[in-house]
Design a protein around this ligand. Structure first.
Ligand code: MG
Length: 290
């Protein structure tokens, strides 16, 4: 199933998209008492999942009548991110990122501050007054579905609610100047994800999904999630060994080669550019630079 959040008649609603992606069914319209998608992920029952499944085949409010937002617009934690998790990107990053290296013996984690996430069709603030190189990073995000503590890798997939397209938008000049990724990756609107979360049962594991970014229709990144050095089940086992990954946690798993800063001269985003992130089975996340 595909879960989303949207604005309808000025009110924020959450629920599912119909199977043909033409309509939405809010929790409220189905008499399910969830306040938000995060609330649903935390408290859902299998009986309610069945009600939603039954509604999936029916027509509802047309998607064209609502404005999709990020699936969880205000995540309850910052985003957990992996850096340099595809070898081709780890190599290209060596040229523009002073903190990058090609040794991938250990996973690299960092945090991305997210007060309000940008959803599909939202405008990326350019922040050109403090950062020149505004970059895109196509990533697969996983959304944790139940609290994970000391989870073994063979059971880790059971803890994933679903998958989503994610754009780890990055200010390369800030990243370089501060010798650390937190600030440059945490500016307002730099967490963009959506258009919806697709439940894990729609995918085969281990994952082998095409992942692409396009700028104004031109393909820049063209990878496959099977090339993830540290895949989702590894990440969940490693992190949950010491920190609880509670339901609703969002993990961005890293980006393949082809980011703008890796071109010479760089091909980062400019005002008016349309950036699309597409992952097989997860739809297209489209945003324009303001
Ligand atoms: Mg990234």
């Amino acid at each position: 199933m595909k879960f989303a959040t949207w604005i309808q008649d000025g009110v924020e609603e959450a629920g599912i998209l119909s199977g043909d992606l033409r309509s939405v069914h809010s929790f409220k319209s189905l008499n399910l008492g969830y306040q938000s998608l995060l609330d649903f992920i935390m408290r859902r029952t299998s009986a309610d999942m069945e009600k939603l499944r039954a509604a999936e085949a029916k027509g509802g409010t047309p998607v064209s009548a609502v404005a999709l937002e990020a699936p969880i617009p205000a995540p309850h934690h910052d985003i957990i991110c992996l850096g340099l998790n595809y070898m081709d990107h780890a190599k290209e990053a060596g040229a523009f990122d002073i903190t990058a290296d090609e040794k991938r013996e250990k996973s690299v984690y960092f945090s991305k501050r997210t007060v309000r996430a940008l959803g599909p069709n939202g405008i990326i603030e350019n922040h050109f007054d403090i950062n020149g190189r505004l970059d895109y990073e196509a990533e697969l995000a996983i959304i944790i579905g139940k609290d994970a503590k000391r989870v073994k890798r063979e059971n880790a997939w059971d803890y994933i609610f679903g998958l989503c397209c994610f754009n780890d938008i990055s200010g390369r000049d800030l990243q370089h100047a501060h010798k650390q990724w937190y600030f440059g990756k945490s500016l307002d609107t730099f967490t963009a994800y959506g258009p919806y979360i697709v439940t894990l049962d729609e995918f085969k594991t281990p994952l082998a999904l095409k992942i692409q970014s396009r700028i104004n229709g031109e393909v820049r990144q063209n990878g496959n999630t099977k090339a993830l050095i540290f895949p989702p089940d590894f990440i969940i086992e490693e992190l949950s060994a010491g920190m609880t990954l509670d339901a609703g946690t969002i993990i961005a798993t890293g980006t393949p080669a082809g980011v703008g800063a890796a071109f010479t001269p760089h091909r980062c985003m400019q005002s008016g550019d349309v950036c699309e992130i597409e992952i097989e089975g997860c739809g297209v996340l489209r945003n324009t630079v303001g």
